[in-house]
Design a protein around this ligand. Structure first.
Ligand code: ADP
Length: 400
């Protein structure tokens, strides 16, 4: 059983072919700069990486290239396209239209068109990618897997905004969250690693990457998450402001003569740790600058860690305690300083870090980094969103 996972961006298409018997990645790669001059095609299989400049004027050409490489006699991993049993498509935003993974059908594609503007950068790109795959593999079952899916178990008082209820009903404005596949994966992995049933655990999952979100998971179900109607909310991020008083945004907009969409672009692309530090959105650059005495880089790192800590405290309250805190994604898996700062002075919650284990944490595998007298387990778990998408695809398409 082999599942192709597709993650389409407006000018990119990331892919992985996964063998579901072993859950091993057979081949993966990325089509970059689709529709832009000097498109780039990356393909990794059999321990080799192939990078080629190939014209990719649209996603259809990109999908054809992927399929050609996967079935190539020299570097391919399957002998024909018919070996691909299903395709899982990552979709960022679902609105309330989709509450679980859904088969691609004319009806579901019609709904996808209707919710395009919920994620104007991502959802239209996903539709283009799905159509490109459909034109090359019309008879292969395909499934839409939503980043928001895991968060639909939140209670109403957690997902509602305190706005006119009529606007919630009319426009479905509420908290949806993001990174759902990652939060779900690491919560399940944590339970597996601890040899416990996920139903018996209160877990706080911290997905800290370019975009960061924190989720409270009770018995395997999300009960609250830090991102909101869009991935702009929550902790400060690489370039996103995170939570901000709306009046402050309006004040800046007026002073700087920005329209509503310019203000949103500013909050999404020019704020966060990049805006505060003036150095970079990349935490490696921030750490370097901070260790060279750059005050604003240090401030940005402190603001980020403090934001994570506040959500941990809030979610420990929401969960009525916490058994496990999980760190994942680029920063969560690699940045021991952020982990240390986020967990400082949480001993009243029973959270105690082993600083040596934290700073010598191995890359790419699960690590346990709490001290012997910590009541709460602290785990670093590499995320695998593609695997969750592949698993959901198998389930929804009733494969295997
Ligand atoms: P995305 O949200 O784009 O998937 P990732 O999860 O890949 O992001 O995280 C990207 C971020 O992870 C980078 O911007 C960088 O700040 C951080 N990062 C990656 N490797 C390291 C590292 N070794 N040390 C500190 N931060 C890192």
């Amino acid at each position: 059983m082999k599942i192709l996972v597709i993650n389409s961006g407006s000018s990119s298409l990331k892919y992985q072919l996964i063998d579901m018997e072993t859950e091993r990645v057979l081949a993966k790669g990325n089509c970059e700069r689709i529709g832009i001059a000097h498109s780039n095609f990356i393909y990794k299989a059999h321990g080799r990486t192939i990078e080629q400049e190939v014209e990719m004027p649209n996603h259809n050409v990109a999908v054809k290239l992927v399929l050609n490489k996967l079935t190539d006699s020299e570097i391919g991993v399957i002998s024909s396209m018919s070996e691909i049993d299903g395709v899982g498509h990552r979709v960022v935003a679902s609105g309330e239209a989709f509450k679980k993974p859904t088969l691609v059908t004319p009806e579901s594609m019609k709904l996808m068109e209707e919710i395009k503007d919920l994620a104007p950068l991502h959802n239209p790109a996903a539709i283009v990618g799905i159509k490109a795959c459909l034109s090359e593999m019309p008879n292969t079952p395909m499934v839409l897997v939503f980043d928001t899916g895991f968060h639909f178990t939140m209670p109403d008082y957690a997902y509602m905004y305190a706005i006119d209820y009529a606007h919630y009903e009319k426009y479905h404005i509420r908290r949806y969250g993001a990174h759902g596949t990652s939060h779900k994966f690491v919560a399940q992995e944590a339970a597996k690693y601890l040899k416990k049933d996920v139903k018996d655990l209160k877990i706080i999952t911290c997905h800290l990457g370019n975009g960061s979100s924190i989720t409270a998971v009770n018995g395997g179900r999300c009960i609250d998450t830090s991102m909101g109607f869009t991935p702009l909310a929550g902790v400060p991020m690489g370039t996103r402001s995170g939570d901000i008083d709306y009046s402050a945004a309006e004040y800046i907009a007026k002073k700087e003569n920005m329209t509503v969409s310019e203000t949103l672009n500013y909050l999404n692309k020019k704020c966060g740790v990049l805006g505060v530090s003036g150095v970079s959105s990349d935490f490696r650059d921030l750490s370097d600058a901070a260790s060279n005495g750059n005050y604003r880089a240090e401030l940005a790192l402190n603001m980020f860690a403090y934001g994570v800590k506040k959500y941990i405290g809030a979610y420990a309250a929401a969960l009525n305690g916490v058994d496990v805190i999980v760190f994942t994604a680029g920063i969560g898996e690699n940045d021991d300083v952020v982990r240390r700062k986020s967990l400082q002075n949480l001993d009243y919650l029973g959270v105690k870090l082993d600083e040596r284990k934290n700073s010598s944490c191995p890359r790419g595998e699960i690590a346990e980094i709490q001290s012997a007298d910590s009541k709460v387990k602290i785990l670093v778990i590499p995320t695998n969103e593609e695997l969750v998408i592949a698993r959901e695809t198998m389930l929804e398409a009733k494969l295997g």
